[in-house]
Design a protein around this ligand. Structure first.
Ligand code: MG
Length: 379
């Protein structure tokens, strides 16, 4: 007999069985599962490997691929898309993200508009796992935006035309490669440079770029300068070379020295590794001049939007950044960009096998479209 209890059991089996084979789950037709007449939210996921156009080197490591996990949430025949991107230094992997997602039971929720409660639950499943959490957050936002029929920047009341110009990042490379990469930055109005190795290399990078273009440069040291006096010397050297700001010059926990450096620095300082989540924002006041918000660090769009409000209260400048990720996560981050002073959303342009089409680069800006949710279509 097919009682309600048996039906719940059968639904649980579909979910549990699929969890064993995440890739097969992706194509499963379980869009509408109703329990007691109420629709339920279904989560599926699959691993993916993003291939980099060029090997990417920053202070400390180099790589040619980035592991990604794609998520989908389905509700009443509508699908929301999400993504977790895991650069190795953040400590997450495809295996850890899949292990986390296997614990997420969205099936207990029947109203996707209850984003606050659903995502608060997701955050309590385990500590850290911020990219895995972001993949659920992004997919749910995409779903809810589609159910409403509006993109998130409109739902939040943000003005699409206010998106700032975005940077294109040049990693650590040889002089010849830097010259070639600088020429590739033609569609961009601002260049981002990764420094933080040694003085000779850092100065070679800047001088080589300056031999090709006088476009503004934003510098990211990725915690590479270990001493505050050395960092100040480098910042002073950079300050007459049309550099807009310096991101994360010192190791992330060294906040006392960082406060001193910000006080002395002729350039604006921006926190990246030092500021991961909402709880870190208050601590950044008087330590940096601004913060770099990334969805993969802060668990997604919901918390990123809260960080904006708090950072503004603390008079911190705002930057939206990204990992190497597809147009799915980039378009989700772009929804927040009208509120930003600076954007660094080139992650999708660094890979050769994008799986989505979404926010596009127009006149040096990652430009928002009118599509609902996060504004993406699967390629
Ligand atoms: Mg950074």
């Amino acid at each position: 007999m097919f009682t309600r209890r048996n039906f719940i059991k059968a639904s649980a089996l579909i979910t549990a069985g699929s969890l064993i084979h995440p890739s097969s789950m992706f194509s499963q037709k379980t869009n509408v599962i109703k329990t007691g007449g109420r629709s339920r939210i279904q989560l599926t996921f699959r691993p993916f490997e993003a291939l980099l156009r060029h090997p990417f080197s920053v202070s400390g490591y180099s790589r040619t691929t980035t592991p990604i996990v794609f998520t989908e949430v389905m509700y009443e025949g509508i699908t929301g898309y999400g993504e977790a991107a895991m650069p190795p230094y953040l400590g997450e992997s495809s295996a850890s993200v899949i292990a986390f997602l296997q614990k997420v039971n969205l099936n207990q929720f029947s109203n996707p508009f209850e984003l606050e409660d659903i995502l608060a639950y997701v955050d309590t499943i385990a500590i850290n796992n911020t990219a895995a959490k972001a993949s659920v957050d992004i997919a749910l936002h995409d779903l809810v935006g589609k159910l409403i029929g509006r993109p998130w920047h409109e739902i939040w009341g943000y003005t699409a035309s206010k998106v700032p110009v975005t940077t294109f990042t040049i990693g650590i490379a040889s002089e010849k490669e830097i010259r070639e990469k600088t020429l590739e930055t033609a569609p961009f109005k601002v260049i981002k440079v990764k420094l933080g190795t040694d003085e000779v290399t850092d100065k070679m990078l800047i001088n080589t770029i300056r031999s090709v273009t006088d476009k503004p440069i934003r510098v990211d040291a990725n915690q590479g300068w270990k001493d505050k006096h050395y960092a100040l010397k480098m910042i002073e050297w950079l300050s007459d070379k049309n550099v807009e700001f310096i991101e994360q010059p010192l190791p992330k926990h060294n906040l006392d020295d960082m406060a001193w450096l910000t006080e002395q620095s002729p350039l604006t300082t921006i926190a990246d590794e030092s500021c991961q989540r909402l709880e870190d924002v208050l601590r950044m006041k008087d330590v940096f001049n601004g913060i770099n918000i990334k969805l993969m660090k802060c668990t997604g769009m919901r918390e990123a939007n809260k960080m904006i409000a708090l950072a503004r209260t603390c008079e911190l400048k705002l930057m939206i950044g990204c990992m190497t990720e597809t147009s799915c996560a980039i378009s989700a981050a772009a929804q927040l960009s009208p509120q930003m002073d600076y954007a660094d959303l080139d992650g999708n342009l660094l890979i050769s096998n994008d799986q989505f089409s979404g926010a596009k680069l127009v006149d040096g800006k990652v430009t928002l479209n009118k599509e609902p949710g996060i504004g993406v279509r699967k390629l």
